[in-house]
Design a protein around this ligand. Structure first.
Ligand code: BTN
Length: 381
């Protein structure tokens, strides 16, 4: 999917991202990448024109400024994911056999991620669905810097400005009935919330552990799979499937994480309901941390997320839902709360009692009758 020119551009970006703020001379890059200085200049010119935050200064060279957003790079994501690039937790949840092979890989249960980063696309979900239809393997992961037609649940659009967030989709080919797919979505929301919490602890944990714990604990899952902070959405998940009546062909799971937006960056209609990881981190900023240090690197967040996704999906395949459900329940901001079910014709009130393995929400009406919600939207009162 990637040609030699975009590959070399990705390598250049990845190299500059290794040391944000540091100038690399044209000569050093030409030497390292095995090309002429004129070729380096052309690539830099192209990257700058395409919107990358590059400083190009005569007699100094090229750099990505320290205080600017680092571009996505497949290399950066792979580095954050772990050395072997498979997203497997070696030695932790996945046991190694004595001969060094991985049990789950042998059972075909571990996800080997194949990462592609796009500059701009309409929607990573739409693009990945096309790739899935032409035989792309399980574990294909598409990231985009910008989506022109980002899609959300219930036919809504998803604001996906360039460089502002993590807009990604993953392809799974699970052996399950279509009715079970919502449980995978629950597992994905557990992986997302645990990743975001880990990022907060990583950034703030050293400076003020108890405050970092408190901030991390303030992220939760709203049924079915919105990730909220302070009642505002920082991440949404869109699951789309292709299926025969009895069997899934594939599932595309799209994840949108707002990372760098300030309130003003969101369209006016979203300002009261959307937030970003950056807004959350700046609200919880602890002394002793410089502002530039708390800006998360999206490659790092994405790498950790792929690793956690591989972990949680592997766990689902080996052990089913019991433990994942426990983690979902403990991160839930819905259970035990009074809710409004946003039926477009006739909204009604209920109390959220529990979540089932297949993702349905058990609710109790004011008259004491219990019923299950399959999908749709709720608001928490
Ligand atoms: C929601 O409505 O909460 C789901 C939002 C999902 C957005 C992500 S961004 C990456 C992927 N591509 C899309 O077009 N949508 C999903």
């Amino acid at each position: 999917m990637k040609d030699a020119t975009s590959d070399i551009r990705e390598r250049i970006l990845s190299r500059l991202s290794d040391e944000p703020g540091h100038y690399f001379s044209g000569e050093a890059i030409s030497h390292e990448m095995g090309m002429t200085r004129a070729a380096v200049w052309k690539h830099m010119h192209f990257l700058k024109q395409s919107g990358w935050p590059l400083d190009c200064v005569t007699r100094k060279g090229y750099r990505i400024p320290f205080d600017r957003v680092l571009p996505f790079s497949a290399a950066g994501i792979r580095i954050a994911m772990g050395k072997d690039g498979t997203g497997r937790f070696i030695g932790n949840h996945f046991k190694m056999k004595d001969d060094g092979t991985d049990e789950n890989a042998m059972n075909g249960k571990s996800i080997i991620w194949k990462i592609t980063v796009l500059g701009q696309t309409d929607s990573t979900n739409s693009r990945l669905k096309e790739l899935a239809a032409t035989g792309a393997p399980e574990g294909t992961a598409l990231f985009a810097e910008e989506q022109l037609g980002g899609r959300g649940r219930l036919g809504r659009s998803w604001s996906s400005q360039r460089g502002m967030g993590i807009w990604m989709s993953i392809l799974l080919r699970p052996d399950m009935a279509p009715g079970q797919v919502q449980s995978i979505t629950l597992a994905v929301s557990v992986a997302v919330v645990e990743t975001l919490r880990a990022v907060i602890l990583e950034i703030f944990g050293g400076a003020d552990p108890s405050r970092a714990e408190c901030l991390a604990g303030s992220i939760g899952i709203k049924w079915p799979n919105d990730i909220l902070w302070g009642g505002k959405k920082i991440c949404g998940i869109l699951t789309e499937l292709a299926a025969e009546p009895e069997k899934l062909s594939h599932v595309v799971i799209g994840i949108g994480i707002n990372v760098f937006q300030t309130e003003d960056d969101f369209p006016p209609e979203l300002r009261s309901i959307a937030a970003s990881l950056g807004m959350m981190l700046s609200a919880g900023m602890v002394s002793g941390i410089r502002e530039t240090e708390y800006l998360p690197d999206r490659n790092r967040v994405a790498g950790l997320l792929l690793r956690n996704l591989s972990d949680v999906i592997g766990e689902y395949r080996r052990q089913g839902m019991p433990d994942i459900l426990k983690r979902w329940r403990s991160a839930s901001v819905t259970l035990g709360r009074d809710i409004r079910v946003m039926d477009p014709v006739n909204p009604w009130f209920a109390h959220a009692v529990d979540v089932c393995e297949d993702g349905r929400l058990l609710v109790e009406r004011p008259d004491g009758t219990k019923t299950y919600l399959l999908s749709g939207e709720i608001s928490i009162r």
